[in-house]
Structure formats: structure tokens, C-alpha cells
Ligand binder design. Structure first.
Ligand code: SF4
Length: 489
């Protein structure tokens, strides 16, 4: 699985907003590594700089010192819709009104086809869903004027027509805006520079560590269906849909894998939730072992929790190449063993002859896990017992996470004993959905569609068809090579 973008925004006329945005999106680099960009405005003009690559390769001091203004938005992108080239980099700019506006989007829309038809976008013209959203907003712009009233009015008209997942930061010449979809699939929080009674500026970010790095204080999460406007008059808030029609469905995988461990979501630090997942997993699926180890990075806190609850010593069994990006292992890469070895190397003295509990966050296709187990056995592990801090991943995501079709999801098609045989481990257990929720400490308000098949929104026919077709493939088991791992390797 891969993340799908980080968004950021800052309104602080007395600060260097370009450098603040750089630091903010650098802190959100884990959410997308394909392209980075920012838009800066000074009251009259908007300047957009974006390119493919990591934040540090797109921006240098020379570029940043040339970007002066009172407010800015930023974006890091991983493509789940649209191509992986410069044209898909964000922020997206639309020259409507006196200054135009720029938009940064995290999430995936589920009614892009319908919206494109309504907009009369030429068939064959490849627009990302973020482009479609920007086009919809720009067509909703009142003709007579630009400025805050005009953009607010366009957003009020356009946003209720959009379905799916969208956390947005938007900028025009004078203001920044923060938007969350009515289900709140993707996170977005508000921060403040200075004291509560004398704020010196405001910040919007996908995750709270992007506030910490620039010295801003966390204020609150943006509510599902909320539109906040930030400018010289401070922060104003409104709901662009009836509040009765909103219901939070924050992606539960933000807690399991996507978010940084130092992020606060729903009032809880992600690291603590991951540790509790390991603790509950140890109670749910105990096993006799000599050492508990985690798969870096997101499996580590759950492994610590497992060790704590089980009394089995915790140890390090794998070293991760710290210079490797999270996207380095391409899901289409045929040689998964090679990909895993580039990223992880075993600590042979630490694992040889030991019965290991190996804690990881998820199994999607199973190919990476299989390569990992093989590597540990080659390094001398006596037994490998896998414990997974998410329930079986059985359904594709349509809300902004890049997942394979249902036919490629290992747990969608195969029973536990078949998965154990395929992966080549000695035992395997997944945390239950109930225990996952307990570990987070919040019982409801999550999307868990990829685990339960219960999608919070109606899916359009095209997506429903793709889900059901791929589930037919899944039942047939066609795309998955079920050759068991070589015994004793
Ligand atoms: S389907 Fe899964 S990955 Fe997608 S938003 Fe829901 S919980 Fe997250």
C-alpha cells in the first residue's frame, strides 16, 4: 500500500511562509514522494512552483528566498489517479477571478467520471481527480468578482457535488482555505503561531508533526464537511453540507501504517495506539518464542507492545537502509526478493537459532512478506511466527490509497492455512477488528472498508463493477501464485 499525498497551508504575514511550507511538506514527505510543490501569494499574485521528486530536490534556498508572500499552501504527492509526471504535480492552479486560486488535494474522488461528463471534459483528455475538482470549483465561480467571497461561494456550490475522499488546502491572493470531505476520510488539522489570545498566524496540515517542525501549536482537527477560511480577520468556519449528513470515517490505516508515529489523530498519539495493537495481539494470539522483533518502521511499536504484554524479550532482527524511500519497492516489481533485500538486511547473530515473533503492520499481496520470511530463515531463524497489527486486507480502497484489485489481495481469496503455506511461516495471526479499535481507543468513526467490505459511501457503477469483477478473479484465485515457499530455506 502507498500513501496518497500530504497537504499543508500557512497564513502568517510576518513570517517566511515559503520556508515554513518547505518544512511542513518535508515533515509530510512520508505521504508522497513522487512530486512536491507550493503556491505562495502576496495579496496580488500567486506563484506556483512544483516538480517531480522529493521536497528537498524540488526546492533549494535560492528558490525559496524568491517566494515571498503572506500565505502559502504545499503538497507532496503519491499518484493514485493520474499519471506520475510533472502535469500531475500539485498545487493545481486555475486562473479564475482577479488572481486565480491554487488547490492541494489528499484523497481520491469516487464520482470523477460523472463530474467530468457534467463539465463536458473531452473524453480521452486525462485529468486527475484533483484537476476535475479544481475545474468544478472554477466553473462555479461567480462571474462578477474574485476574492474571498467569490471563492467561498464557488466552494459552497461545488463541494456538495463531490463524492469520495478530499482533504484540501486552497489559496487565493488574500486567504487560505481548509476543507475536509463529509466523511473525513483523510486527516487535516489546524495549528496556530503565538498565543491563543494573540495569534501570530495559522497553519493547516495533514498531520500534526508538520505543525511541530515550524513551532506552531495544535489547535484542533478540521471537522468532516467543514470549510475554514483564514485571512487578516482570523479563522472563520462553516459547514458546506448539512451537519446531519456528515459522519466521520477516518481511514483506520492512518493509525496502523500511514501516519507518522508522532502524529495526533482523534486526540491520540499514533505511536501509543500501535504499541497497544501489539499488546492486544499478544493477548489474542500468544506464542512460545525467544525474541519479538518488528518489521521497520511501522511494525516496531507494535512489536514493542507485543514483547511487553507477552514477557518475551524484544530485539532488533532487521536493519533498514535509512536512505531508501518508502516507494522504493515498486508493487509491479517482479523480483520482490531483491526489493526486500535492498531495503532490509537481517542481524544474523541476533536471530540465528531463535524462535522469532515477527510483527508487521499488514499483508497485502503477500509477496513482500514471503520474501521477508525467506530472508529470516536463510539468516538462521529457527521459527518465524508472524503477527499482523491489522485484520486481513480483503477489499480494495477507493478513497486515496493505492491498493491492488481484489484478485491480488492474498487474504481475499485464501484461508489462513493456505496463507501460512504460501508465506512459509510457522504460524500467522491477524489482530481482530475489535482489538484494533480498542487499541486506538475510539470505538467508531472509522473507515474500515478494506477490512470489512463495508464502504461508507455508495460506489459508482464503474467502481462497483471493478470490485465485483476482481472478486470473481479473487474467488478463482487466478492472479496469485500459490507455490509454497521452499521448505527449509
Ligand atoms: S478502504 Fe481501507 S485504506 Fe481505504 S480509506 Fe478505508 S480504511 Fe483506509
Amino acid at each position: 500500500m502507498k500513501e496518497a499525498c500530504g497537504v499543508f497551508g500557512v497564513y502568517a504575514p510576518d513570517r517566511d511562509v515559503a520556508h515554513a511550507t518547505y518544512d511542513g511538506i518535508f515533515a509530510l514527505q512520508h505521504r508522497g514522494q513522487e512530486s512536491a510543490g507550493m503556491a505562495v501569494a502576496d495579496g496580488d499574485t500567486i506563484t506556483v512552483v512544483k516538480d517531480t521528486g522529493l521536497v528537498a530536490s524540488v526546492f533549494d534556498d535560492r528558490t525559496l528566498f524568491g517566494l515571498t508572500g503572506s500565505h502559502a499552501i504545499g503538497h507532496t504527492r503519491y499518484s493514485t489517479a493520474g499519471s506520475m509526471d510533472w502535469t500531475s504535480a500539485q498545487p493545481v492552479y486555475r486562473p479564475v477571478g482577479p488572481s486565480g486560486f491554487a488547490l492541494a488535494h489528499n484523497g481520491n474522488l469516487t464520482n470523477t467520471t460523472e463530474l467530468s461528463e457534467q463539465l463536458g471534459v473531452l473524453p480521452g483528455l486525462e485529468l486527475t481527480d484533483s484537476d476535475t475538482l479544481a475545474e468544478l470549483i472554477s466553473r462555479s465561480f461567480p462571474h462578477e468578482a474574485g476574492g474571498v467571497d467569490a471563492l467561498q461561494s464557488a466552494l459552497r456550490e461545488a463541494l456538495p457535488r463531490v463524492e469520495g475522499a478530499f482533504s484540501l488546502t486552497i489559496l487565493d491572493a488574500t486567504h487560505i482555505y481548509g476543507v475536509r470531505d463529509p466523511h473525513g476520510f483523510r486527516p487535516l488539522c489546524l495549528g496556530r503561531f503565538g498565543f491563543e489570545d494573540a495569534p501570530e498566524g495559522w497553519v493547516l496540515a495533514s498531520e500534526s508533526p508538520a505543525l511541530d517542525v515550524i513551532g506552531a501549536h495544535f489547535v484542533r482537527e478540521i471537522e468532516p464537511g467543514e470549510l475554514v477560511t483564514i485571512g487578516p480577520e482570523g479563522v472563520t468556519s462553516e459547514f458546506y453540507v448539512d451537519q446531519g449528513s456528515t459522519a466521520e470515517h477516518l481511514c483506520i490505516f492512518e493509525f496502523v501504517y500511514f501516519a507518522r508515529p508522532d502524529s495526533f489523530l482523534r486526540g491520540r498519539e499514533v505511536h501509543g495506539a500501535r504499541r497497544r495493537m501489539g499488546q492486544l495481539l499478544a493477548e489474542q494470539a500468544p506464542v512460545e518464542a525467544d525474541m519479538v522483533m518488528g518489521v521497520p518502521d511501522s511494525g516496531i511499536p507494535a512489536a514493542e507492545g507485543f514483547a511487553l504484554a507477552s514477557g518475551t524479550p524484544y530485539g532488533q532482527g532487521l536493519v533498514k537502509n535509512r536512505y531508501i524511500g518508502r516507494t522504493f519497492i515498486d508493487p509491479n516489481q517482479s523480483n520482490r526478493d531483491k526489493g526486500v533485500r535492498r531495503k532490509l538486511n537481517p542481524l544474523r547473530e541476533n536471530i540465528a537459532g531463535k524462535r522469532l515473533v515477527v510483527v508487521d503492520d499488514s499483508i497485502v499481496r503477500g509477496t513482500t512478506t514471503r520474501a521477508l520470511v525467506r530472508m529470516l530463515r536463510e539468516a538462521g531463524a529457527a521459527e518465524v511466527h508472524l503477527r499482523i497489527s491489522s485484520p486481513p486486507f480483503k477489499w480494495p480502497c477507493f478513497y486515496g490509497i493505492d491498493t491492488p484489485t481484489r484478485g491480488e489481495l492474498l487474504a481475499a481469496t485464501h484461508e489462513l492455512d493456505e496463507i501460512v503455506e504460501y508465506i512459509g511461516c510457522d504460524s500467522l495471526a491477524y489482530i481482530s477488528l475489535e482489538n484494533l479499535r480498542s487499541a486506538i481507543g475510539v470505538a467508531d468513526g472509522f473507515c474500515d472498508a478494506c477490512l470489512s467490505g463495508e464502504y461508507p459511501t455508495p460506489l459508482p457503477v464503474t467502481l462497483r463493477t471493478s470490485a465485483s469483477e476482481s472478486s470473481a478473479d479473487a474467488r478463482a484465485g487466478a492472479p496469485i501464485d500459490l507455490q509454497p515457499a521452499l521448505p527449509g530455506v
